[in-house]
Design a protein around this ligand. Sequence first.
Ligand code: SF4
Ligand code: SF4
Length: 191
Amino acid sequence: MSTLEKIKSLKNTECIVDVLLKEVLANECRTCGKCVFGYEGITQLELILGDITVKKGKSTDLELLRELGEMMAGQSLCEKGEEIAQAVLEAVELYQSDFEDHIGKKGCRAGVCKKFMTYHILAEKCVGCGDCMDACDEDAILGKARFVHVIAQDECTQCGACMDACDEDAVVQAGAVKPRCPRKPVPCKKR
Ligand code: SF4
Ligand code: SF4
């Protein structure tokens, strides 16, 4: 399937920024170097898309992607540069809101970009054992024995260690839709 076909037939479980970045990383312009627009363009695309996937996107990125796409489409010496440029232009046109969600730090709709996933502790499952707290190097978990533990989102680095440590499956990951959880530790209901 061509890059353009992949962009047009994106599944709900796929993230447009992630798919596009993978196509950029697989594009031959990265190693060719015969034309400046292809090589420089693909390098910039890799940096911009990479940043967007890890919550470092900037408000100017969408416009920059459009400019790069138009420049590469018109100036690249071969069809490899033109193909990825058309894919970029198509992607920002078809999935603008997905790009905006990433850039505005609202989230990754498909739940693919790990930096946008948050960790939460479900009150109905937590037994207050403290294993998650012991596993967290960031001291991002609040709680005490027999109290439902709570993750301080500002401190959490999304490492996932608490999820691995919990035998009760009380720690869950969430994308755009977050579970309802207590804001501070409360006595456990589960025994
Ligand atoms: S989330 Fe899991 S590991 Fe942490 S206190 Fe609750 S039951 Fe224990
Ligand atoms: S994901 Fe990592 S940093 Fe965040 S609360 Fe769990 S162990 Fe701590």
